[in-house]
Design a binder for this molecule. Sequence first.
Ligand code: AMP
Length: 190
Amino acid sequence: MINIVLFGKPGAGKGTQAEFLKGKYNLVHLSTGDIFRFNIKNETELGKLARTYMDKGDLVPDEVTIKMLQSEVEKNQDAAGFLFDGFPRTIAQAEALDVFLATKNDKITATVALEANDEILVARLLERGKTSGRPDDQDEEKIRNRYQEYNEKTAPLMDYYTKQNKFYAVDGIGSIADITERLSKVIDNL
Ligand code: AMP
C-alpha cells in the first residue's frame, strides 16, 4: 500500500493534482474539505457543525475531523492506498493518523508539499472564489485567517514528517502537467 499526504497551503493546487494522481497511482482520494462541503450541502449534523468553523476560515476541531477521516478510511477497505488531501492539518491529527494506520499494519509512505508564495495563493483563491461559490474563498480576511491557521497549526507538520524522513517538497508554480510530473517523480522514487 502507498499512502500519500498531499501537503500545502490553501490554493496550492492539492485538489487539482489529486485528480491526476489518484488515477495514476490507483489511490482513494480523501479530501476532508470536500467531505465537509458534501455534508454542508446535504445539511447533515456534521455539516452544520463544520460550517460554523469553515465559514470563518477556522479549522474544524480535531476530534470531529479525525473521527470523520477514520470513518472514510473504513469505508474503503479494498483501497490500494490513500491520497490524503487537506488532512492532517494539525499535529494531533497527524499523530492520530499514525496510530490509526498502525492498527491496520499500515503507515504514511510520504508527505509531498506543493510550495508557493502566499501572495500568489491569495490572488488565486480570490479568483477561484468568483466561481467556486465557497464563502471562504470570497473574502480576503477569511483567506488571511486560513493562512494564519496554516502557519500556526499546520506548518509544524513539516517538521513532524521530516523527523520521520517522509517529507518532500516540489515547486507548486507552473503548468498543471509540469507539477503532476514533479510530484510523480517523487512518488516513483519512494
Ligand atoms: P480545504 O477545502 O482543504 O481548503 O478546507 C476547507 C475548510 O475545511 C478549512 O478551512 C477548514 O475549515 C475545514 N477543514 C478541511 N480539512 C480540515 C482538517 N484536516 N482539519 C480541520 N479543518 C479542516
